[in-house]
Design a protein around this ligand. Structure first.
Ligand code: MF3
Ligand code: CO
Length: 263
């Protein structure tokens, strides 16, 4: 079932999203060579608590930490450990917060110190693909157009586009219907309408798209050991238009080209 959010509910999701954004800023600021992942998890916990929120992830199906931290070949769901970041690493940071029963969820990938141009390109293209997906979210558009747009950016750059993990609806639950795969057929799928909230989250691999899961049953890695990047935003079709709730302390209004057709 797809839940339609009221203005009041969106206002709560906005607060959750603003908290996620604040976590991102704090982790980005603190991360660097020599800093351990568990230190970053502690920082995230303090920001979440300071905003009268709780972590969406802690305890979710037994997940043992506040955020997911996924270095290098880890695609998603990395558990913050005592691993100390090194110059040249890339790190995906995924955070979710709940405010008065409503969730926000977003991720980004960052460079630790100086990284190779190839690694930076992977990070930048994955972000670009996320925004391409976000720009497909509008009243009257079709769900699969999002994945089609994301996939196009990934394949045009020669990256493996992960298929086993997908974006999702969000609201009272972190994961709601519909699923939002990073592939699809433009103009197909359900029609988006006001009140819908979606997480758009491309995961791109430098090598093949294939994945494997560590014995901890969480850590998802590239099968071929290549680097992976992950970007995510919580995007809502509100009565005031499409807004990204996890991009700042206030919602970010998504602008559309006048001429772009619904599809
Ligand atoms: N943002 C992720 C998602 O959309 C993280 C959830 S994993 C968790 O699925 F288990 F740690 F919660
Ligand atoms: Co998500």
């Amino acid at each position: 079932m797809i839940t339609i959010k009221s203005k009041r509910e969106f206002a709560k999701m906005q607060r959750a999203g603003a908290t996620v954004f604040e976590v991102h800023v704090a982790v980005r600021e603190a991360a660097g060579p020599g800093v351990s992942l568990s230190t970053l998890d502690d920082i995230a916990a303090k920001v979440i608590e300071g905003n009268n929120c709780t972590s969406s992830f802690l305890g979710y199906q037994g997940y043992p930490a506040n955020i997911c931290l996924s270095p290098n070949d880890v695609i998603v769901h990395g558990i913050p450990s005592d691993y100390a970041l090194r110059e040249g690493d890339i790190l995906s940071v995924d955070a979710g917060a709940v405010f008065e029963g409503f969730h926000g969820d977003a991720a980004f990938t960052m460079a630790i110190g100086q990284v190779t141009p190839e690694a930076q390109h992977l990070i930048d293209v994955t972000e670009e693909a996320m925004w391409a997906g976000v720009r497909e979210v509008r009243k009257g558009a079709r769900l699969e157009s999002i994945g089609a747009a994301v996939h196009e950016v990934g394949t045009a750059n020669g990256y493996g586009v992960v298929e086993e993990y997908v974006g999702h609806g969000i609201g009272r639950e972190m994961h709601e219907e519909p699923q939002v795969p990073n592939y699809g057929k433009r103009g197909k799928g359900m029609r988006l309408r006001t009140g819908i909230a979606l997480c758009i989250e491309p995961m791109f691999n430098m090598g093949a798209r294939h994945t494997r899961v560590d014995p901890d049953n969480w850590t998802v890695r590239t099968e071929d050991g290549s680097l992976s990047a992950h970007w995510e935003h919580t995007v809502c079709v509100t009565p005031d238009g499409t807004q990204v709730f996890t991009a700042g302390s206030e919602p970010l209004a998504v602008q559309f080209e006048e001429s772009s057709a619904l599809g």
